[in-house]
Design a protein around this ligand. Sequence first.
Ligand code: CA
Length: 284
Amino acid sequence: PSALAQSSSKVVVAHRGASGYLPEHTLPAKAMAYAMGADYVEQDVVMTKDDQLIVIHDITLERTTDVAEKFPGRSRADGQFYAIDFTLAEILSLNLTEGFSMENGQKQSNYPHRFPVGKSIFKIHTLAQEIEFVQGLNQSTGRDVGIYPEIKSPGFHLAEGKDLGRAVLTVLKQYGYTKKSDKVFVQTFEFDELKRMHDELMPALGIDLKLVALLEGGEGNEWMVSADGMKEIAQYADGVGPEKSMIVDRSSKPGDHKISDLVKLAHANGMQVHPYTFRLDPGQ
Ligand code: CA
């Protein structure tokens, strides 16, 4: 009976905050998203060397900060600066900016029409600080905006000796998110971590939150969008978060939409569908 209700009720999730207007995952971007009326504000969560949880999309720092200038020599062999190799104090000393790439020694914005690279001052913050920010706004506005944390690269973190999933769920519990009716979805791309959260981590903490299985196309992932795959995911997740072209093929034209059966399968298995990412950037 829930399928129709699910398909007719929409939520807006602010992807990395109002990231089209302010540098992603900054508190100003979250404030703007909140003020624009988002139902949920998203947090990508990564762990530092000293086991602190920070809100950042990449597990590396160089796309959105001045780490290469402030900490030369601290990259790994692949040339990247991993957040997990830096303490929170070191990370807080960085300046955050709109995402950029280096071209001929110059910082080139990945989205030239967005907030300019290197302008004004923005800082990375912790998951706890962002939860307090959203909960504070909920108190001052009387609204009830939710949070939407993603466990980033949990397998990578575990291999580095860091249990990111357990740490995020622990913070959520500390801030009062304990049951499915609370305004939080916990998301991850890694199905093993989804199962671990469902079967081990949440029971151990005595909490039961809504989980979302993020989906992306590509080799090895086909099973997830099959009828059997969606049935299996539904044993652990309350929803799926597919890349939008997995629902409407990119070759679609007005009046000629090529629509997959993903939404039907998800709803048939009692799951919500939260596709990503809807944005104004050309070609996206
Ligand atoms: Ca995310």
